[in-house]
Design a protein around this ligand. Structure first.
Ligand code: ZN
Ligand code: ZN
Length: 175
């Protein structure tokens, strides 16, 4: 979403719009597609200026689908990403300004437009968990029979303790 610099005033304005996600899809298509985004995310943003600095504060909402890395089930979770972006005019600061760690969200603009989309895309990618898990308490799949332990229990648990005992038990069954 592009904003015209001249339309940004000292008095904050509010905007709600839909941000398409199709440019993000290829970035998410890793060997195993862990996440899929809805075609559009909803952005609510407040924007205003202080002198020539432009401020954008808001949030991105939408339901993300993940494939749990433990139980392999698909699950949905809300993105609920909050953001703050500050744009300073490029010309006023010399080519490589000394950026402090705190200025990580500081960007620069030139001309009459600022584009939030690339910044939002970065933030969305960062907001996704590194490893999708449907729930912290997900019990995953049984490594032996593949049963989803969240929905069913299997008889394999006893064999987990000591692998040598497991072999003995198998021998007994055969005998
Ligand atoms: Zn799971
Ligand atoms: Zn099992």
């Amino acid at each position: 979403m592009k904003f015209r610099v001249h339309d940004i005033e000292a008095a904050a304005k509010e905007l709600r719009y839909e941000e398409p996600t199709q440019e993000l899809a290829p970035l998410l298509a890793r060997p195993v597609a862990d996440f899929s985004l809805p075609p559009k995310l909803t952005v609510n943003v407040n924007y205003y200026r202080a002198g020539n600095d432009l401020f954008f504060e808001g949030r991105v909402d939408g339901d993300v689908k993940g494939t749990c890395s433990r139980c392999l089930e698909e699950y949905t979770f809300p993105l609920a990403l909050e953001f703050t972006f500050v744009f300073a005019p490029h010309s006023e600061r010399n080519p490589e300004p000394d950026l402090e760690e705190d200025d990580a969200d500081l960007s620069f603009y030139e001309g009459d437009e600022v584009d939030l989309s690339p910044l939002l895309r970065d933030q969305i990618l960062l907001a996704l968990p590194t490893r999708p898990i449907c729930s912290e308490s997900c019990a995953g799949l049984c490594p032996q029979c593949g049963a989803n332990r969240n929905v069913t229990s299997c008889d394999c648990h006893a064999e987990e303790g000591d692998p040598r005992l497991a072999i003995l038990r198998k021998l007994k069954v055969r005998a």
